[in-house]
Write a protein that binds this ligand. Structure first.
Ligand code: NAD
Ligand code: GLY
Length: 359
């Protein structure tokens, strides 16, 4: 059941997402996307599970080095990025090398930023191993590390040459991480595809049981939606911002809780509830739509973690969000499930109400 989804970009930067099962370990899998050198960026937990398979897919590459970075968001830093650069320099990687990101969004974002900057840009292959990375972070070319003052403040756009989306990796993913990834899947239904949202309502239990056919469908549809949005607006000059539905709130929730309490997807789920509440208050969505989103989030096991964070702190954190333009907060609001738009026209009082009641 292997298939290819194309991310169509100008300037020869189009690339395939190879989606299916049993991909990792196939001997000639990575050869078309690599040269004679490669550096695999991963962490110890993922390496234990998937490094051998990745190596088996690199038979045509003369020099394969590995750098293990720390596990978790707290390691998405300039220091970690520097260790990746050190590994490249110490092992004499040249400008034709390929960096292979093997892991979740943290490994992907750090490896991607190293690929964007080493020798002013080298090849990158993404091998996502979390659901969040499969449906979101490995596709689209955003790479970054965090700064103490804010998430993803230092980064670059750098598209991969390929994304290897092997659903088999989800067999080992802890439940909590899996559920967090489902938040982004739900997001795609809300922003772009009412029928897909309905399908998710019918199949959420199958997904939680990790039914392979349902997983492939959910990942395929998520990647298709993301690929279309990125093809339309690669560098987020406009429409790509819709991918941040729920994220303005979600990023603020992550920031005020020190990136410790919530996984990214959990914060996004809470943020989507607030964004739906805001959409209803602005007359853009119905109560029923808001309730449907809330219910699906609950059924995905993403509810019941409402942050007891201070409203002022949350508003403050939003002030640092990169989606602030010309001093005005922009919000992605839902115009009924399956469509969203961007608005800068949100009265502060309404925003406060959405934060208070949307939890
Ligand atoms: P993560 O990379 O920290 O991975 C989550 C945990 O799962 C880690 O402990 C990891 O070791 C473990 N793990 C990974 N794969 C596993 C597997 N198959 N089996 C068992 N354990 C496994 O977290 P994440 O949720 O994948 O990514 C979050 C990051 O992604 C955030 O930093 C976020 O900002 C970023 N992100 C980036 C983009 C983008 O467009 N670049 C989009 C969304 C999110
Ligand atoms: N995750 C948002 C984006 O890729 O634009």
């Amino acid at each position: 059941m292997n298939e290819t989804i194309e991310v169509s970009l100008a300037g020869g930067r189009s690339y395939p997402i190879l989606l299916g099962d049993g991909l990792l370990g196939t001997p000639d899998l990575l050869d078309p996307f690599t040269g004679t050198q490669a550096l695999i960026v991963t962490n110890a937990a993922v390496a234990r599970l998937y490094l051998d398979g990745t190596r088996r897919s690199l038979v045509g590459v003369d020099q394969v080095d590995v750098v293990e970075i720390g596990d978790g968001e707290t390691f998405k830093t300039l220091n970690t990025y520097a260790t990746v650069l050190d590994a490249l320099v110490e092992n004499r990687h040249n400008r034709t090398t390929t960096i292979i990101a093997l892991g979740g969004g943290v490994a992907g974002d750090v490896a991607g930023f190293a690929a964007a900057t080493y020798h002013r840009g080298v090849g990158l292959v993404q091998i996502p191993t979390t659901l969040l990375a499969l449906v979101d972070s490995s596709v689209g070319g955003k790479t970054a590390v965090n700064h103490p003052a804010g998430k993803n403040l230092i980064g670059a756009f750098h598209q991969p040459r390929a994304v290897i989306a092997d659903v088999d990796v989800l067999a080992t993913l802890p439940d909590r991480e899996f559920r967090a990834g489902l938040a982004e899947v739900i997001k795609y239904g809300v922003i772009a595809d009412a029928a897909f949202f309905g399908w998710l309502e019918s199949h959420v239990e199958d997904l939680l049981d990790r039914d392979p056919r349902c997983l492939v469908h959910a990942i395929r549809r998520s990647c298709e939606i993301k690929a279309a949005v990125v093809a339309d607006d690669e560098r987020e000059q406009g429409r790509r911002a819709i991918l941040n539905f729920g994220h303005t709130f979600g990023h603020a929730i992550e920031a005020v809780t020190g990136y410790q309490r919530f996984l990214h997807g959990e914060a996004v789920a809470l943020g989507m509830n607030m964004a739906m509440d805001l959409s209803v208050r602005l007359g853009r969505s119905s109560d029923r739509d808001s309730q449907r989103v809330r219910t699906l989030i609950e059924r995905s096991g993403l509810a019941g973690q409402a942050p007891t964070v201070d409203e002022e702190a949350l508003l403050d954190a939003m002030g640092m969000d990169k989606k602030v333009m010309d001093g005005r907060l922009r919000f992605i609001v839902c115009d009924g499930i399956g469509g969203v738009s961007v608005t800068g026209d949100v009265p502060e009082k309404t925003l406060r109400q959405a934060i208070a009641h949307g939890r």
